[in-house]
Write a protein that binds this ligand. Structure first.
Ligand code: R5P
Length: 282
């Protein structure tokens, strides 16, 4: 039975349909003191698949509650984390910081037999879990919403780390070249600077591909550089369209043609579902 977190209901429903497994009813409540309660009043079957993005601190608590709510009724608990929050804090950037991804992974491991994470920021995050870990790649789906008529497309990663993801989207689209910018982030101010690649972009359509758009700084900086060089249209394709705060305004002001993401975080930009990729690995 598929057990959805409150922020992953669309993806959970798509997954239930893809697997032909029942979708559990769930109830979410908040007490006057702010504490949360996630209930699963009915459960059937032997396997519980908890599907919950941990895109906020509340969502982390909710995931742990859902695991616990089904633990006594299921023979096996599988946890699918469409978007793993705190995944980017996977090392100590400054003295005295926690490795937050490890702390979260340890807590999640206690309530499940296995875990699947869709496009974790670094696959090495799997080592923080005490149970079998599977990284699911939803990036191939990102080619689907792109226009069929891209002109001499260039699939560009905003930093070297996303080069593989850009290549995956290109391969799935079936045409185009890949390249990457060089990015630096000031961890005190959050400011991002990108060093453009040498690839010729004049008149070409560019697809900027990354795992996540969070504040939109990385993508908007990249788009501005591209428009300075008379690029054609610029599309943004990301697995996790977090789009926090004023990210949409930054992207629109920079001149983005469209933003496409998956439903690992449910947003208006979630043009494709990660469900088929998850179903394949379950
Ligand atoms: C970092 O390496 C990630 O792949 C993203 O590029 C980054 O987290 C995006 O963050 P923001 O949208 O805040 O610039």
């Amino acid at each position: 039975m598929i057990v959805p977190g409150s922020g992953s209901q669309s993806l959970a429903a798509s997954l239930a349909a893809a697997l032909d497994e029942p979708l559990a009813p769930v109830e979410f409540e908040r007490f006057a003191d702010g504490e949360l309660l996630a209930r699963v009043p009915e459960f059937e079957g032997s396997r519980a698949v908890v599907v919950a993005s941990t895109d906020s601190s509340d969502a982390h608590v909710e995931l742990l509650q859902l695991q616990d709510a089904v633990a006594d009724r299921a023979d096996e608990v599988v946890t699918v984390i469409p978007y793993m929050g705190y995944g980017r804090q996977d090392r100590r950037f400054r003295e005295g910081e926690p490795v937050s991804a490890r702390a979260m992974a340890r807590a999640i491991s206690t309530g499940t037999d296995r875990v699947l994470v869709v496009n974790p920021h670094e696959p090495d995050v799997g080592e923080f879990f005490d149970i079998p870990f599977t990284a699911v790649d939803a990036a191939p789906q990102l080619a689907t919403p792109l226009p069929d008529d891209l002109q001499e497309p260039l699939f560009l990663a905003p930093d070297a780390g996303a080069t593989g993801l850009a290549a995956t989207v290109r391969d799935s689209y079936g045409a185009g070249e890949t390249d990457h910018f060089v990015k630096e982030r000031d961890y005190d101010t959050g400011d991002v600077t990108v060093e453009p690649s040498d690839a010729p972009v004049e008149g070409r359509d560019v697809v900027l591909a990354d795992d996540i758009v969070a504040t939109g700084s990385t993508m908007s900086e990249s788009i501005v550089h591209l428009h300075d060089r008379d690029v054609g249209r610029v599309f943004v394709a990301c697995v996790h369209p977090m789009l926090a705060g004023n990210a949409r305004t930054k992207l629109a002001r920079a001149g983005v043609a469209a933003v496409y993401g998956t439903d690992t975080v449910e947003r208006p930009e979630s043009a494709v579902s990660a469900a088929p990729a998850v179903a394949e690995r379950l």
